[in-house]
Design a protein around this ligand. Structure first.
Ligand code: HEC
Length: 151
């Protein structure tokens, strides 16, 4: 019993040493950059150009449903005058849009051109992010849980 206790201590000490070695490894700077990129993407998506207004589902009281951010939603508004091509729903973009690669998402955010060559219909705003912002947004979207089937 006592021996097992020392064993545990040994493992937690080596675990700590391994973790510190990892922290000092050259790859650590890359990890830190990734975290910075994600934080910037989160800032853009949630604070600067709130994508949730259209892309996140709400409950019957109009509150966003926790845990389902950006998983697609019916639009709660429409134009006073008919606008050609008006969409009635915003698709899920959590975990990247369905069937889109990371690079296709970055390209769309920079140019407005979808993988098929067309543009998104209204009311999707015609964003033209710079490359760094587009990378940050795509990384943040990719980090979100995508919509489960049947919800
Ligand atoms: C005012 C509402 C609105 C806002 C705000 C909005 N979107 Fe959209 N978005 C839409 C609609 C509607 C579509 C569907 C367009 C279509 O079907 O052609 C769409 C489509 C998209 C698509 C294409 C997805 C696909 O599967 O076709 C992406 C990617 C996207 N939006 C990302 C974003 C991001 C990122 C933001 C925030 C920076 C954002 N949108 C903000 C309404 C909005």
């Amino acid at each position: 019993m006592r021996k097992a206790g020392y064993g545990m201590l040994f493992f937690s000490v080596t675990g700590f040493v391994a973790a510190s070695a990892f922290a000092a490894a050259p790859g650590h700077e890359g990890a830190r950059n990734k975290i910075r990129l994600l934080a910037h993407g989160k800032y853009l998506v949630t604070r600067a150009a709130p994508c949730s207004d259209c892309h996140s589902p709400r409950d019957e009281r109009g509150q966003f449903i926790a845990g389902r951010e950006l998983q697609g939603a019916p639009l709660g508004f429409k134009p006073l005058h008919p606008l050609p091509g008006w969409r009635t729903a915003a698709p899920s973009i959590a975990g990247l849009p369905r069937g889109w690669s990371f690079d296709q998402t970055v390209h769309f955010l920079e140019t407005g051109i979808m993988p098929g060559g067309s543009h998104a219909g209204p009311p999707m705003p015609p964003f033209r992010f710079n490359h760094h912002d587009a990378l940050a947004i795509a990384a943040y979207l990719q980090s979100l849980p995508s919509r489960k089937e049947g919800r």
